[in-house]
Design a protein around this ligand. Structure first.
Ligand SMILES: [Zn+2]
Ligand SMILES: [Zn+2]
Length: 410
């Protein structure tokens, strides 16, 4: 009776789109952008012109995929999952991980001169927020997971004759300990939830497999932070570049700053707004007014020439080059600075150019280190995950090697 269709993402990293049909209830889980196709057809001087063009190439879902759909669920706000909301062709409800975070991103996108101005929803689309661990009117439960975008959820659907678990993007080790994770997400994480609720039967598991086929060393969050601590304690000042939704990573650095008594600054509006959603921070950062232009009522404001030594400065990938140009005009010698470039996702997920950023650091005389803590679990962790979930069948998604992943079920 329940039918699951993986419309996109069965053999690509990102662009997930899952359609679940259960009698007259039709749901979509994620409706992301296929950045692998986006980078194939567009470049900095060949830009998308319209939704129709993006649909034709297969970068965003086709209108017929939304036929009879009553609700769309978004697991997290990376664009390979959130997708282009203006592409939704009919009245329906979109469940988002956080309305407050979505709202400030929407404001940013709507003012963009590029294709990202297409992301915001049309007026007829209603939005609602996912409530952790509460079954909604469609029998869907959102369970928090650790990932490089906050907040992130897995989705559990209790169907007529089948239960479906869709993991979204997730890792099994977080930058936060269990209590910190619970406090931030107001619920336990997916693996603990399933351990504590052994009666939940998962028939179909739709599981991501980003790291299948990678040769990257699986560095855990705690291993990465011990390296970060070494770099931080031996440099006079550190610039940390980060994705502006990577809250766990930012919180881990704030803890280091508190431990070593560093002066913390934020040089990006989106990071400031993200931190404003957290009730209790390990240390309160100041914001650099030349780069955070709106009036924050939460944090102290300073000018860029008031940045003190022993600084830990957070800046997004998008803003870092402008920030470097600014600070180098005030402090011509930046050799006291080191930089940590976090590289959490394969570039195809959101198309950042980490190498370009590293080149700018080098040009400005700043030693940078690229560190990659994946937002995704690693293949060696899959057996343990499956022992916990005990699914009857697996449908791989968000991977280039679905067969490898499937072979784990034996
Ligand atoms: Zn993804
Ligand atoms: Zn993601």
């Amino acid at each position: 009776m329940v039918e699951v269709k993986i419309l996109n993402g069965s053999r690509s990293i990102g662009g997930n789109c899952v359609r679940i049909e259960d009698k007259d209830r039709v749901l979509i889980f994620d409706q992301g952008i296929r950045f692998d196709l986006m980078t194939k057809y567009y470049s900095s001087f060949i830009m998308p012109q319209s939704l129709t063009e993006l649909r034709d190439i297969g970068i965003i879902p086709k209108p017929e995929w939304y036929e009879d759909v009553v609700s769309v669920y978004i697991t997290h706000m990376h664009l390979d999952h959130l997708g282009v909301l203006s592409n939704i062709p009919k009245e329906l409800t979109v469940y988002l991980p956080s309305i407050s975070i979505y709202s400030y991103l929407e404001e940013k996108w709507s003012m963009s001169p590029t294709w990202t101005s297409l992301i915001p929803r049309k007026y007829y689309v209603e939005i609602e927020e996912l409530n952790p661990l509460e079954a909604d009117k469609n029998n869907v439960i959102a369970v928090p997971v650790s990932h490089s975008a906050y907040p992130s959820f897995a989705l559990l659907y209790f169907g007529t004759d089948e239960n479906i678990l869709y993991t979204g993007d997730f890792r099994t080790e977080s930058f936060l300990d269990k209590d910190e994770f619970f406090k931030l997400n107001k619920a336990q994480d997916l693996m603990s939830y399933l351990e504590n609720n052994r009666d939940i039967k998962v028939d179909t598991l739709i599981i991501e497999g980003t790291n299948f086929g990678t040769t990257r060393l699986p560095i855990s969050p705690s291993e990465a932070m011990s390296i970060a601590e070494r770099l931080t304690s031996t440099s006079k000042s550190i610039i940390v570049t980060t994705h502006s939704l990577d809250l766990e990573y930012i919180l881990a650095f704030l803890k280091i700053a508190a431990k070593y008594g560093l002066n913390c600054y934020i040089a990006t509006t989106q990071i400031t707004k993200l931190l404003e959603t957290v009730p209790e921070l390990p240390i309160s950062p100041a914001i650099i007014e030349e780069h955070v232009t709106y009036p924050s009522h939460y944090f102290e404001k300073v000018s860029i020439d008031q940045v003190e030594p022993k600084a830990l400065i957070f800046v997004s990938y998008r803003g870092v080059v402008d920030f470097l140009k600014d600070i180098s005009s005030i402090q011509p010698n930046l050799s006291d600075f080191a930089a940590i470039i976090s590289e959490p996702e394969p570039q195809v997920e959101e198309a950042y150019e980490y190498g370009v950023i590293a080149n700018w650091f080098l040009k400005m005389g700043i030693q940078s280190y690229r560190i990659r803590v994946s937002g995704h679990y690693y293949p060696y962790q899959l057996r343990k995950i499956l022992e916990n979930i005990r699914p009857t069948r697996i449908l791989p998604i968000h991977t280039l090697y679905p067969e490898r992943l499937k072979s784990y079920l034996g």
